[in-house]
Design a protein around this ligand. Structure first.
Ligand SMILES: [Mn+2]
Length: 410
């Protein structure tokens, strides 16, 4: 009998308040418990992408888009220092002689740095013979992948994970990652608690100031900064694509990295010789889809995510979820989702109310006087409106959603 444990979107970060998963001691204990349960049977632990949150790990206080092996190793060192229990538990599993033990790390859009041979070597030095199969892994009639390849914002050409820049291989970043690094991550130290609250569109309705801040930041980026870098050829990761033009309008104004993977994987299991079970992460929302005796499991996430109440209060955390699969040789016998309430929420991990974010961004919002001093032309009507909304001025039309009766309006 083979037992597989498949976890995605743990998003262990560099420690500190911006870390979305400060619970590696708890995780280590859970993993070791699976080894105890497996006993003499095979245990295969698959970390299905976004295990490490390298995307949101700064190097010397910055978020470089030119990611060399050196930059990647600097990120890994920080994550290792912040999560010793995780690495110790994985090492203990690989050293467990009670039965066959395997551990694999698949690539996600937050941990593409795992593609560097030097990063893989460093992790093997820490934990032992871990496997790095790339974007997907097939075990008998089971197919596992993170899912970002079906998400236009984060798709990477598997044949061109690296691009040569100044004679050095650097990660070939999808445009979604570049935009996040350039625009959203410099705001991360102000917005990290808010970033953990869902549903995103409702959160931004209650704090339109944040929506306007982000929309303006992205607007300036796409209309000015991005294009100038593109024409100057200053950054090898800035290339135009129609997907980008299409998706940016829809995904503008959000820090969120998870959205949609369409029905690519449902079609995959419907193929005549398709896998019996397909396991997908990236969406941060657990779900099960079945067709005949085939199924797609979306495993959800382990990073901290919270649910906003209709009034903007935040009192509930999403359960942590992953998949467990039992196999006989190459045949899947059972594939199930596991939900776990997780360890107690770390102090300071989330706001009590989404509008608690406002003091964090006060200094980024112009006063009416500053606005007047800018002497904006007619072309800048969009900016003018956004700044006016941010300053709490009433505007005609659908954008002035915040009524004067709102107890939280500033
Ligand atoms: Mn992802």
């Amino acid at each position: 009998m083979r037992h597989l444990v498949i976890m995605s979107d743990i998003e262990m970060g560099a420690g500190g308040l911006t870390d979305d998963f400060p619970y590696s001691q708890w995780l280590g204990a859970r993993l070791l418990a699976y080894a105890d349960q497996a006993g003499e049977d095979e245990l295969f632990v698959v970390f299905n992408g976004d295990t490490f949150d390298f995307l949101k790990t700064a190097v010397n206080g910055e978020y470089p888009t030119r990611i060399t092996a050196q930059v990647a190793l600097a990120k890994l060192a920080q994550v290792q220092a912040a999560h010793p229990h995780f690495f110790r538990a994985v090492k203990a599993i690989l050293e467990d002689t009670r039965g066959p033990r395997r551990v694999a790390f698949l690539l996600g859009n937050h941990d593409m740095e795992l593609a560097f041979a030097k990063v893989q070597r460093e992790i093997r030095d820490a934990v032992g013979p871990a496997e790095f199969p790339g974007f997907s892994l097939d075990v008998g009639d089971l197919h596992i992948e993170h899912g970002q390849q079906a998400d236009g914002m984060f798709t990477v050409d598997p044949e061109e994970v690296f691009v040569l820049h100044d004679g050095e291989p650097v990660l070939s970043l999808p445009w979604g990652a570049v935009a996040l690094l350039d625009v959203a991550l410099p705001l991360q130290h102000r917005l990290h608690e808010l970033d953990r609250i869902k549903p995103r569109n409702k959160v931004l309705e209650i704090v339109p100031e944040v929506k306007d801040l982000l929309v303006n930041a992205y607007w300036n980026y796409w209309t000015r900064d991005w294009w100038s870098d593109y024409w100057n050829g200053a950054d090898p990761n800035k290339r135009i694509s129609w997907t980008m033009i299409r998706d940016v309008t829809y995904r503008l104004g959000t820090l969120d990295t998870d959205l949609s993977v369409g029905d690519v994987h449902k079609q995959l299991v419907r193929q005549a010789f398709g896998p019996k079970v397909c396991i997908i992460g990236h969406l941060h929302q657990p779900a099960l889809w079945t067709w005949l005796d085939r199924r797609v499991l979306y495993t959800g996430c382990l990073r901290d995510e919270f649910v906003m109440d209709p009034d903007g209060g935040v009192s509930r955390r999403m359960p942590k979820s992953w998949a467990v699969v039992r196999m006989d040789g190459d045949k899947v016998l059972a594939a199930d989702l596991v939900e776990d309430e997780g360890p107690p929420v770390r102090e300071g991990q989330v706001f009590a109310h989404v509008r608690d974010v406002l003091p964090r961004i006060r200094d980024l919002i112009c006063t009416p006087e500053e606005l007047a001093a800018m002497n904006l032309g007619e072309q800048d009507q969009r900016t003018r409106e956004a700044v006016a909304v941010a300053a709490g001025e009433p505007l005609p039309g659908p954008r002035s959603r915040r009524g004067p009766d709102s107890p939280h309006s500033s």
